[in-house]
Ligand binder design. Structure first.
Ligand code: 1CP
Length: 355
């Protein structure tokens, strides 16, 4: 067994024994661990301050800034894990895809991928393409002590949705047109993205992250049969590629209630669940042997302390019989969330699950 997956490896024992990694491994924990998707970012005034005047993609390429932004929510909220500050399009930018993250919009691709010739934009990724990622992870693991750092990447389908559409979409009509109309081109596109994603996760693991999350944020747009036929093999290839490291692999998507079983089957150790499926039902859909992560609706945080506590109680009750629960939101923290509501939520989960 290698590096980060074992106490004998390069990972400090305190990190290996952290509640977050124990829960990923479905071992007993002193309290249910908590972290939030998009915990670093626009909900925090200290984030807005250090990001002033620095475009999103450029900020991902400055190791000191990435370190500071990644640490901000850990300091403020006392969460049980840090998530590396970056974006799912960073590895694509790093191999030369002409794209930008536009404020108020999201990732925008200059020349969308629509034909076989367009695939030439996607070459393999090497560690030399992302030196700033390696450097930032090195700085972070020194600063974080026993708090684990989660690395991440976008899953092939979600990356393809941006590359084929050219930007954010609600319907994914161009991506789905390729999937249904030219299944060979689609399969080749997803396979290439799987290799890039696997290489990017390997870089992060070798640099020192303790777990990885594959964000297939938009996979919920797919029927299960289409997911199985046209998407699952590529995500499974990513998970297989990093299996040997022994670090927990989390698989997350939004609106994926009907896909939970398949997303587990793709090779995850932990399956992320949004707020649409209660965790006691999610565990039946995912099947045995996997931890679950989730699943408070991020909009509940706007409803006041009593409502947050009542909804959180429901989630903790639904998770009571689970082996391996990591508390999270069902999707990312919304930019206008009151940071104090997040801090109180961490305290509430810790206090109400102390064993
Ligand atoms: O200038 C800014 O602050 C831009 C906003 C922003 C931020 C803070 C974007 C643009 N990306 C990020 C950081 C980011 N992106 C993180 C690190 C922060 C953390 O988690 O604490 C992570 C994990 C991501 C991953 C990401 N980017 C996903 C998967 C997670 C999810 O929310 O589903 C996706 C889909 C993206 C694309 C993206 N990047 C940015 C935006 C606004 C979007 C979504 C656009 C759309 O609606 O399609």
């Amino acid at each position: 067994m290698s590096a980060n997956g074992s106490p004998a490896g390069q990972q400090p024992t305190a990190t290996y024994d952290s509640p977050f990694l124990k829960a990923c491994r479905r071992e007993p924990v002193p309290h249910t661990p908590v972290w939030f998707m998009r915990q670093a970012g626009r909900s925090l005034p200290e984030y807005r301050k250090v990001r002033q005047g620095i475009p999103m993609l450029e900020s991902c390429m400055r190791p000191e800034l990435v370190t500071e932004i990644t640490l901000q929510p850990v300091r403020r909220h006392g969460v049980d894990a840090a998530i590396f500050f970056s974006d799912i399009v960073v590895p694509l930018k790093a191999i030369g895809v002409d794209l930008d993250i536009k404020p108020g919009v999201g990732p925008v691709v200059e020349r969308p991928i629509r034909t076989r010739a367009d695939l030439a934009q996607l070459r393999d990724l090497t560690p030399d393409d992302v030196p700033y990622v390696v450097e930032a992870i090195g700085l972070l693991t020194r600063e974080l002590g026993g708090t684990p750092l989660i690395g991440f990447a976008g899953a092939p389908f979600t990356l393809a949705s941006y590359l084929v559409e050219g930007g954010p979409s609600r319907t994914y009509e161009n991506a789905k047109a390729m999937m249904y109309g030219d299944p060979e081109l689609w399969a080749d596109l997803l396979d290439r993205l799987a290799d890039i994603t696997a290489a990017f996760l390997k870089v992060q693991i070798e640099a020192g992250v303790s777990a990885v999350q594959l964000f297939d944020s938009w996979a919920g747009a797919l029927a299960p049969a289409d997911y199985r036929r046209s998407v699952m093999a590529a995500s499974a290839k990513v998970f297989r590629a990093v299996e040997g490291y022994g670090v927990p692999r989390i698989h997350f998507g939004v609106g994926t209630g009907e896909l939970l079983g398949l997303m587990g089957e793709a090779g995850a150790d932990v399956v992320g669940v949004d707020w649409r499926v209660p965790l006691d039902e999610a565990v039946r859909r995912v099947g045995p042997g996997k931890a679950l992560q989730g699943n408070l609706d991020p909009t509940v945080l706007f409803a006041g302390r009593d409502a947050v506590e009542a909804k959180t109680r429901e989630i903790l009750d639904a998770a009571a019989g689970l082996e391996g629960h990591i508390f999270n939101l069902g999707h990312g923290v919304m930019p206008s969330t009151d940071p104090d509501a997040l801090t109180r939520l961490v305290e509430y989960v810790h206090a109400n699950t102390a064993r």
